[in-house]
Design a protein around this ligand. Sequence first.
Ligand SMILES: NC(=O)c1ccc[n+]([C@@H]2O[C@H](COP(=O)([O-])OP(=O)(O)OC[C@H]3O[C@@H](n4cnc5c(N)ncnc54)[C@H](OP(=O)(O)O)[C@@H]3O)[C@@H](O)[C@H]2O)c1
Length: 438
Amino acid sequence: MSYLRLSYTAMGTLGRIITKTSQRCKSQRRLDGRVVVVTGANSGLGRETVLQLSLRGAKVIMGCRSAETGEKAMNDILLRNGRADLIVLQVDLSSLNSVRYFAEMVAQKVNRLDILVNNAGVMNTPEWTTADGFENHFGTNHLGHFLLTMHLLPMLTKSPIGRVVTVSSMDHMAGKIHLDNINLRNGTYKPFKAYAQSKLANILFTREMARRLGPYSRVKTYSLFPGIVATNIGRHADLGAVGERVAQTVFLSPEMGVQTTLYCCLDEHLDDESGFYYANCQRVDDMLPTATDDKTAGALWQLSSISEVTRNVTKRTKRYQGNRRLDGQVVLITGANTGIGKETAYQLSLRGAKVIMSSRSLERGEAAMADIKLRNGRADLIVIQLDLASLKSVREFVQIVGIQVDRIDVLINNAGVMNTPEWTTTDGFEMQFGTNHL
Ligand SMILES: NC(=O)c1ccc[n+]([C@@H]2O[C@H](COP(=O)([O-])OP(=O)(O)OC[C@H]3O[C@@H](n4cnc5c(N)ncnc54)[C@H](OP(=O)(O)O)[C@@H]3O)[C@@H](O)[C@H]2O)c1
């Protein structure tokens, strides 16, 4: 037997031993009627997680950097589970705008969310910068997921079993949070150092979030190490043909690699615990001091929080100082169920205006109206359904507005879509032109 052949056989045996000693998630919990979001769902652990959770009856939203690879992965999964209930949505975690848009799309597609699996990750990339100027590992692996979690938290809080599961790595042990140079600038960048920092950030984020939510919250948080798994994560490390063979033979299969993720998503024994780190379907309690450092966890949270991320923008943004009131006047705002439209409706209601809020979905419009009324009990609001991607809907909307009010003083054309796939409106126009302009 040749030396290479012998090595492969030995590796095969080692691989089988590793797989044998790997625990499986034993929970029988089903997820019928539940909704899960998985990031990085087109490849490796993410794709397998989607398959396994779909087999338990969950509807899964697959967050994928590219809609094309996402759809390919969805078709692969459907071949293995023809009854899988899946939706692919595009998200680039290295762009905070893309994350915000994705969260909005999730809220539009589903009316509940039970589990968020922050799985996507990059490892050992060159010194790249995200769209918002952050170091690529920190920006993608930590900050993108931090922002996504913050945006999806209101939906998760409504679930009886809200869980945030973040895939970290044992490489966190080599990590340090460089609070004074989080982007590892000035010649201090090393790919593995950046990866390890981001994976430590995943653990501290999980811990700090659990602390902030407190023991009575219905949302629980978990971080985990999946094991060493044969996936595409090493794409930036040139392993060579032998290295690839080692990886395929010795490393865990994706099916075994997702067992701890499944454990954190499902296991009934974890219903009442939050903030911990798991490996091989068990809680790990002998953590390094860097991974239980609550002071650093708090400082990292501050640094990551949306106010910090947007602080520079907020600082430069001037506040409108005028005192004009709008009593007796009618304002019409499109896309008023969320974001800037909803805030505009609220602010103008405070100035006494009657506000007509248009919303693509009546249900979400009414939820937004209820939120505004909580903040301003005297708000005079009307919600009317309007789909700007349909000229028929626009015409019907105008008619209903005419019945409801006899004057309009201010019209705010606020609704908009961004970076959609190549969709067309019901009238056959390109989606962004049709909706935002036409
Ligand atoms: N495999 C292991 O041995 C191992 C060990 C410890 C921890 N982990 C962790 O496990 C997680 C999953 O990795 P994997 O092993 O399954 O590797 P993978 O096969 O490379 O999958 C990574 C996923 O993340 C996605 N992703 C990367 N950057 C993104 C971005 N900017 N926006 C949206 N999605 C992005 C990738 O999308 P594209 O395909 O479009 O790039 C891909 O779907 C990672 O967090 C990793 O750190 C893995």
